[in-house]
Design a protein around this ligand. Structure first.
Ligand SMILES: Cc1cc2nc3c(=O)[nH]c(=O)nc-3n(C[C@H](O)[C@H](O)[C@H](O)COP(=O)(O)OP(=O)(O)OC[C@H]3O[C@@H](n4cnc5c(N)ncnc54)[C@H](O)[C@@H]3O)c2cc1C
Length: 470
């Protein structure tokens, strides 16, 4: 499917646009898009201002041309893939920090600002942006808002949604809205801000965000605990969280993930089930560490050591952050399949971890299992030989069964990566038909022509008609 995008020449945009093949190729998918799923847009537009975004959307909607917002393309579910071609709206050049109000603990940014650039801008005031995902050095604030990203510190500080105060967004007809407020709380009208957060570019394009910031704690201590079995480690995490240990990061790593990290990052982690932890406090951090130690000891912890230096701990976190890359490099004959991010109520977390590991063994597959344990989040992927159809099918089966079990436990198919293309089939299972129909009504009300990011989030059909991307 191609679209006439020549109207872009007449819009008088301050930013740039191009129909060059190299740019179209570079905007055909994201980190999680398989080769066969890639679709080249007809044109790429790099808006320079809200006015540019508004002009493009108004003109595209009038002409029935799809527009797919695109940022750093670090998304893992194909959400930035322009499945119906049209325009890829690349927000990465709208990347200015507009204002820092350190006294208010607030920053105003354009959507293309990279996550860690927020910390760089506010560190001098003793502030930081707590919910950054592990991909914070790659991904943009706009992309994080669109997917409601979260990360290792979410167990203490919450997800991106909890740190967005106000958004400026452009709707499909080109109108510009401001949602939310710079005040710490508001009960005024519908909460459109939280509707936009996590909507994956299907309801509006974020063009400015006011984010809340936190003070950098006086004391930061990290360490790692080794457990006899992965089940013991998961039980210990649950016990620590429900006992109210004030932990800022608590990450589970299974044996195979530790081995992969050593191979890729050059760390020297034991090939044993582990929990990495970090504590933040302004005083008495040792009290919290000892509280955690007591709980871990009740779960037969073999070793619980705090890092001697910040650099030592940083190498452990780097190994954790790089696991997505490590799994790609582990075995030249095996590739990781879709990356899972199921999340369950913390009481069901140990059960889900054991289930995922058992399924891997049952299907004779390597299934690295790790994740933001304190949130009840399990990351997993099956490593398969892409030329071995039976093995690929077993990998799909493992993925599907883990998602279905997480939903059965009262959890979600996606704690952080979003639905995109990859998880549409689970939307109704998780929410039920009536809820999904309500979501569709909202989509139709805000974007009746279906301009914005078609083919995402919703299952195959709308009103009985096939939608894009299948
Ligand atoms: C190594 C690695 C580690 C990761 N770790 C985590 C993690 O810990 N936690 C986590 O949550 N995710 C993680 N991710 C996934 C990914 O980084 C996040 O989803 C991220 O928020 C996407 O940001 P992006 O700028 O790359 O957006 P893109 O991938 O370019 O786009 C993502 C979605 O946002 C939409 N979008 C982009 N900009 C805008 C805008 N301005 N307005 C409206 N819609 C927009 C796109 O249309 C698309 O639907 C990881 C990915 C990788 C590769």
């Amino acid at each position: 499917m191609t679209h006439d995008v020549s109207f872009l020449d007449d819009l008088g945009l301050e930013g740039d646009h191009s129909t060059d093949d190299a740019y179209r190729d570079g905007h055909a998918g994201d980190w999680g898009t398989d080769d066969e799923q890639r679709v080249r847009p007809d044109a790429v537009v790099w808006p320079a201002s809200t006015a540019d975004v508004s002009a493009v959307l108004a003109a595209a909607t009038e002409r029935g041309v799809p527009v797919t917002p695109f940022a750093a393309a670090s998304g893992l579910e194909g959400a930035a893939t322009p499945v119906d071609a049209g325009i890829s709206l690349d927000l990465t050049r709208m990347n200015d920090v507009l204002a820092v109000r350190e006294g208010e603990f607030q920053i105003d940014v354009q959507p293309g600002v990279i996550g860690t650039a927020v910390d760089d801008a506010v560190g001098q005031y003793g502030l930081f942006f707590p919910p950054l995902p592990s991909s914070g050095a790659l991904s943009t604030i706009g992309g994080m808002i669109a997917t409601d990203a979260s990360g290792m510190q979410t167990v203490k500080y919450g997800e991106v949604a909890d740190w967005v105060l106000e958004l400026e967004a452009v709707l499909a007809d080109g109108s510009v809205i401001t949602a939310g407020s710079k005040a710490a709380k508001t009960s005024s009208g519908y909460n459109l801000k939280d509707l936009l957060v996590g909507s994956e570019g299907t309801l509006g394009v974020v063009t400015r965000a006011t984010l809340e910031l936190a003070g950098i704690p006086e004391q930061i201590r990290g360490g790692r605990a080794i457990f006899p079995t992965l089940g013991d480690a998961a039980d210990a995490v649950y016990d620590a969280v429900r006992s109210g240990v004030d932990v800022a990061k608590i990450e589970l790593i299974d044996e195979i993930s530790a081995a992969m990290a050593n191979d890729y990052t050059g760390t020297d982690l034991p090939d044993r089930p582990m929990v990495f932890v970090e504590f933040h406090a302004d005083h008495d951090v040792e009290t919290e560490i000892e509280f955690c130690r007591t709980i871990f000891e009740a779960h037969d912890v073999a070793e619980f050591e705090m890092a001697a230096t910040e650099a030592e701990m940083e190498s452990v976190w780097e190994a954790r952050r790089d696991l997505a890359y490590a799994s790609r490099e582990w075995d030249e004959d095996l590739e990781p399949m879709q990356s899972g991010d199921v999340t369950v109520p913390i009481g069901s977390y140990p059960d889900l971890v054991r289930y995922a590991k058992d399924l891997g063994e049952e299907h004779d597959l390597i299934v690295p299992t790790f994740g933001h344990a304190g949130d009840g989040n399990v990351h997993y992927t099956a490593l398969v030989d892409p030329d071995d159809e039976a093995m690929v099918e077993r990998g799909r089966e493992v993925y599907r069964q883990i998602v279905e079990y997480a939903i059965e436990l009262g959890g979600t198919a996606t704690g952080e990566h979003g639905v995109g293309l990859g998880k549409r089939k689970y939307l109704e299972l998780e929410h039920g038909e009536a809820t999904v129909e309500t979501m569709r009504r909202i989509k139709r009300a805000l974007d009746p022509e279906g301009t914005l990011n078609p083919g995402k989030i919703f299952p195959e059909t709308i009103d009985g008609e096939r939608v894009a991307g299948e």
